[in-house]
Design a protein around this ligand. Structure first.
Ligand code: GAL
Length: 419
C-alpha cells in the first residue's frame, strides 16, 4: 500500500466518522412504551408517530400487548429498575401518581406554562397529570367505559328502541338469541370483566352509589343489597356470552359484533376504533349508546404520556413530543381515530363522528352536573392494588368459581387487604 493510499483511506475514515457524528447530533428520537396493539389502537399510534416524524423525531416503538396496560406496567418496572426508562410512557390515573411519588418522572412545567395547559385541561384530568403542582404528563385523550356497541343489522331486525335499563337490555339480548347470534360478546379477561362490572354498578345503583362503593369504598355499599343485584346481573349477563369467551382479547370480541356473529358488546370507546378500522360507520353499521341505565353518567379514563427523567440528550425530543401531544390539531387527528375525545376542552367537535360528538357533549355535561367519575377498571378510581383486588372477585364470580354470597363477603375484604 502506498503512502498516498493510506492517507486517502485515513481521510475517508475520518470523513465517515465525521458524518456519523453529525447524524448523531441531528437525530432526535423518543422511545415510547404503550399497549396500543389492537388494529384501531395501532392506527392511532400511527398518527402520533407520523406527527413526530414530521418534526424530524424518530419513533422507537416499545409496544407491550394487553388491554388496560397491566403487562405494560410490568415491563416499565423492569426498565426503570435497570436505570433505563423509556422517554415516554402511556399511563393511566393512579399509576401516574405512583411513578411520580418515586421521583423518576420529568418536570414539564415550563412547557405547560408556555402553552397554557392549565387553562385547557379539565381539573379531573389535571388531578393525574400533575404531582406536587408540577406537570409530569401530557394527556392525549379522554376515554369513557360505559358504552354499549351494537351491530346495526341485528338491532334493525330486533326493531325495538335503544334499551334504557337492564330489563330492556335483556329484551334486546333475547331477541338477538332468537336471531341465532351470540347475544352479548364478552372477552373474559379480568380488566374486561371489570369494565363490564363497573358499568353494571353504575346502571343498577346510579352515580351516587358508584361513588359510594367505588370511590369511597363504603363497606355497606360493597356488600349490601344493591351490590347483590349487581352480581346477580353479572350472572344473568354471562348467560348471554358464547362458551369461548374466556381470555379473549377485546378487539377480537369487537370483531364478533362487526362481523354480525354477535349482537352487542359492553366496552370503552376504544372499541369504536375497531369499527372504524374495519371501515364501519356509526349509525349505519353499528350503534353506540351509553350502557343501559347510565345515560348522562360518564366513567372516564385518560391516556397520558408520562415523561421520564432521561439524559439531557433526549430532553429536547421529549419536550417536542409533549408539545405535539398537546397540540389541538393533533388531538383532533388522533382522537377521531382512537375513539376517544380530546383531553383539551377548547376543541370544536366538527371533525368528530356522531359517537365522538355525543362523547364530547356528554363529558362536558357530566363534568358540569357532577355525574362524572373515574373508571375503576382503567385506573382512575383507585390505585392498582385495589383495582386488581376487585378484578379477582369479579372474575371468579363471573366464571362461576364463587357464589354471589361469597363475592359479597370477599369484595370488601379483598379491598381492605389491598389497601
Ligand atoms: C385503556 C386505554 C385505552 C385502550 C384500552 C384497551 O385502558 O385507556 O387507550 O387502549 O385500554 O387497550
Amino acid at each position: 500500500m502506498t503512502i498516498r493510499t493510506i492517507t486517502r483511506l485515513a481521510a475517508g475514515t475520518a470523513l465517515v466518522a465525521l458524518s456519523v457524528g453529525v447524524a448523531h447530533a441531528q437525530e432526535e428520537s423518543v422511545e415510547v412504551l404503550h399497549w396500543w396493539t389492537a388494529g384501531g389502537e395501532a392506527a392511532a399510534v400511527g398518527v402520533l408517530k407520523e406527527n413526530l416524524e414530521g418534526e424530524g423525531i424518530t419513533w422507537s416503538d416499545m409496544p407491550v400487548a394487553g388491554g388496560s396496560g397491566q403487562a405494560a406496567m410490568t415491563a416499565l418496572r423492569a426498565r426503570v429498575t435497570s436505570g433505563d426508562p423509556p422517554t415516554a410512557v402511556q399511563m393511566l390515573g393512579y399509576d401516574i401518581k405512583d411513578w411520580a411519588e418515586l421521583g423518576v418522572v420529568a418536570n414539564l412545567n415550563e412547557l405547560a406554562e408556555e402553552e397554557g395547559w392549565d387553562e385547557v385541561i379539565p381539573a379531573a384530568i389535571q388531578e393525574f397529570s400533575k404531582y406536587d403542582d408540577q406537570w409530569i404528563a401530557a394527556p392525549v385523550n379522554v376515554h369513557s367505559t360505559n358504552w354499549l356497541w351494537i351491530n346495526k343489522a341485528a338491532f334493525d331486525e330486533y326493531g325495538g328502541e335503544e334499551p334504557q335499563d337492564m330489563d330492556e337490555l335483556y329484551t334486546m339480548l333475547d331477541a338477538f338469541e332468537e336471531q341465532g347470534i351470540i347475544p352479548l360478546a364478552h372477552g373474559g379477561q379480568p380488566w374486561q370483566d371489570g369494565t363490564l362490572w363497573e358499568a353494571v354498578v353504575l346502571s343498577v345503583g346510579g352515580m351516587d352509589f358508584y361513588k359510594q362503593a367505588i370511590i369511597d369504598l363504603d363497606e355497606e355499599a360493597l356488600s349490601g343489597d344493591t351490590m347483590r343485584e349487581v352480581f346477580d346481573h353479572m350472572t344473568k349477563l354471562s348467560g348471554y356470552f358464547d362458551e369461548n369467551f374466556t381470555g379473549r382479547d377485546f378487539n377480537l370480541t369487537t370483531a364478533m359484533v362487526i362481523e354480525g356473529e354477535a349482537g352487542a358488546q359492553e366496552m370503552g370507546d376504544w372499541a369504536k376504533a375497531e369499527f372504524l378500522n374495519a371501515d364501519q360507520v356509526p349509525g349505519e353499521d353499528f350503534v353506540c349508546m351509553r350502557f343501559p341505565g347510565t345515560q348522562g353518567d360518564v366513567l372516564f379514563n385518560s391516556d397520558q404520556f408520562v415523561m421520564f427523567e432521561v439524559g439531557e440528550d433526549k430532553r429536547d425530543a421529549q419536550l417536542k413530543m409533549a408539545s405535539a401531544v398537546m397540540d389541538p390539531a393533533f388531538q383532533v387527528a388522533f382522537n377521531t381515530v382512537k375513539g376517544s375525545v380530546p383531553a383539551r376542552t377548547d376543541i370544536e367537535d366538527t371533525e368528530f363522528d356522531d359517537c365522538g360528538k355525543k362523547g364530547m357533549q356528554e363529558l362536558a355535561e357530566a363534568a358540569e352536573n357532577g355525574t362524572l367519575a373515574g373508571s375503576l377498571a382503567h385506573g382512575h378510581a383507585q390505585p392498582s392494588a385495589v383495582k386488581e383486588a376487585v378484578f379477582d372477585v369479579v372474575t371468579q364470580h363471573l366464571n362461576g368459581q364463587i357464589s354471589t354470597d361469597e363475592a359479597l363477603e370477599q369484595l370488601p375484604q379483598a379491598i381492605a387487604s389491598a389497601q
